[in-house]
Design a protein around this ligand. Structure first.
Ligand code: CP3
Length: 361
């Protein structure tokens, strides 16, 4: 058994008592840190950085050296999975991700197959093992993947999209083709996350960044049902410890009950959802992760403190069955002033303590 010295994050995910609210930030290793930009420059580009386990390990640890974060997250990208499926990922400078071979033709969709993560994504597993060694059981390591629907958006569009015109046209005209992509991707993500757990990831998070762009009727069929299949097949116990799972659907607040019902341990919320209402709607049956607006980090230190406290107040006092992990409602912006992040982290740690104290009898 290997329990990290600081296991507050894992305990909160499992809704066990903690002394304070743990905190980590989506995209905590990234361009707002000058040391990240320096390592990326040495790597040549973002993708070479992801594919170099020693450098991926280095950037994973950078935010932990600056801030008292309660978890590390593997440095990688959700699009390494479609890359391993043969779509040819590249990042055009200043343009975001692109695929050389987007999935458009019926024959290519029929030929699509789940990759063996130990072969085609070996560099990710090597990074996970190297990061675990470097962390030396200080804080837990989070592994992650994109949801099948979010990955399908990039695979069919060939990159980022404003309106998801191509993938939604496929959804309306040829739902059978989209379901085929989603089924293969579900198998790929399941194998990928279980390989990360085998390599040492102590919790896993599924990013459904674009599920919230679907019509309500389609969300369950095209996004949630596939995420649910993955969660059901995840390795639940490794090395004698429970491996909790987090599902984050950006824009998914209206479907919170459904998301909380798929068997995940925690639900990630963006900043549009009220945490107190979310607790009521889920009857504290899952932990909640979130949900400060990332733009709040551009405000003055005083305002950052106010907004951080507002999130903690909004969740409220902890009960026997509750769990809260402080995070942003989406990834940290690359333009965030790095010194503002310590205000957030320190405020969470200090201010949240009173919310975990046992009330006097
Ligand atoms: O949280 C972390 O620190 C772990 C690393 C991480 C990255 N991407 C690094 C990254 C994680 C968890 C992701 C997930 C990811 N990647 C998502 C889902 C989460 C979300 O943000 O909604 C998505 C949709 C992607 C796809 C992706 N990768 C896009 C659209 C872009 C370009 C956007 C941008 O900000 O330029 C990336 C690139 C990317 N992934 C960067 C980082 C640090 C910036 C690349 C660089 O250094 O140039």
């Amino acid at each position: 058994m290997t329990r990290p010295a600081n296991d507050t994050f894992l305990r909160a995910l499992l809704r066990q008592p903690v002394d304070y609210t743990p905190v980590w930030l989506m995209r905590q290793a990234g361009r707002y840190l000058p040391e990240y930009c320096e390592t990326r420059r040495r790597a040549g580009n973002f993708l070479s950085l992801c594919k170099n386990p020693a450098m991926a390990c280095e950037v994973t640890l950078q935010p932990l050296a600056r801030y008292a974060l309660d978890a590390a997250i593997l440095f990688s990208d959700i699009l390494t999975v479609p890359d391993a499926m043969g779509l040819g990922l590249y990042f055009a400078e200043g343009e975001g991700p692109r695929f050389e071979r987007p999935l458009r033709e019926e024959w290519a969709i029929r030929d699509l197959a789940a990759p063996d993560p130990m072969v085609h994504l070996r560099y990710v597993m090597d990074a996970v093992s190297e990061i675990r060694r470097a962390l030396n059981d200080s804080v837990p390591l989070i592994g992650f993947s994109g949801s099948p629907f979010t990955l399908a958006c990039y695979m069919v569009e060939g990159g980022s999209s404003e309106d998801f015109r191509t993938v939604k046209t496929m959804l309306f005209d040829r739902p059978d083709l989209l379901h085929r992509i989603l089924a293969v991707t579900t198998e790929a993500v399941t194998d990928y996350l279980n390989a990360q757990i085998e390599a040492g990831a102590q919790a896993v998070m599924i990013f459904d960044t674009w599920g919230g762009a679907l019509p309500a009727w389609a969300f369950r069929q095209f996004s949630l049902d596939y995420t649910a299949q993955i969660v059901a097949q995840l390795t639940k116990q490794h090395d004698g410890e429970r491996v909790p799972s987090i599902v984050f659907t950006k824009g998914g607040g209206q479907w919170l009950e459904a998301i909380a019902g798929i068997g995940c341990d925690a639900v990630g919320l963006d900043w549009t959802t009220d945490l107190a209402e979310a607790r009521l709607r889920t009857s504290d049956r899952v932990a909640l992760q979130g949900n400060l607006d990332p733009m709040a980090l551009f405000a003055s230190p005083n305002s950052i403190e106010t907004e951080t406290r507002r999130v903690i107040d909004n969740f409220g006092h902890h009960s026997k069955s509750s769990g809260h992990i402080f995070n942003l409602g989406h990834g940290i912006s690359q333009h965030t002033p790095a010194d503002h992040v310590s205000v957030l982290v320190d405020t969470v740690h200090q201010y949240s303590r009173a919310f975990h104290a046992v009330p006097p009898a």
